[in-house]
Design a protein around this ligand. Sequence first.
Ligand code: 0O2
Length: 208
Amino acid sequence: LSPEDLHRMQGQLQRFMYEYEFGLREVETKISILSDEFRHMHDYNPIEHVTSRVKSADSITRKVIRKGVAPDIDSIRQHIVDIAGLRVTCSFTQDVYLIFNLLTKQSDITVREVRDYIATPKPNGYKSLHAIVEVPVFLSTGTISVPVEVQFRTISMDFWASLEHKIHYKYDGNVPADLVAELKDAADAAQELDAKMEALHRELHGAR
Ligand code: 0O2
């Protein structure tokens, strides 16, 4: 590769990553507006906290290899749809669906895919509502449509997932069977807690 080729590739890669960064900012703004509206104009904010990240080049490469995607920018753009990711943690399960609906019904949002791991949890106990949404980003060169993965979950689902992720990482994916079973028990306990807390919350709001 000539220095010019390298320079061109570097520019392409930089532009590629910025596009996801911009898409992420658009969706983040939408969630943050909803959060502020609930906080200031209603008596209750269903959004507890929001985190976001653009997948690292290292992590994109691992996923490209794992999924057998051709290593060129167009194929990666088409097949790796969680390069921009947002995690919205809500108070209760009903809030998860409320915020999901409020985001996905916005007229500039296109829903590309929904995976409801709350209705159908993964065998290990993982629960979350995932949506791949496409958002327009208005650049000087024209409008692009950027996919963003939004994960919606409750505090207890988030607590469970972050511990499970650490354990999964520590054992490099080969988690011992007894730990897997304990994690599944913990997921069931988290679900029970969610149901109890939500019932209390409904009572409180009913009383008002
Ligand atoms: P990271 O580091 O969070 O980005 P596919 O291979 O397409 O069937 P894919 O793309 O992994 O599945 O999609 P899926 O199953 O919807 O999961 C996407 C993301 O959800 C993961 O991203 C995790 O963030 C989260 N997730 C899914 N399953 C689990 C789980 O069992 N435990 C935990 N803790 N998180 C989970 P990445 O890319 O794996 O990782």
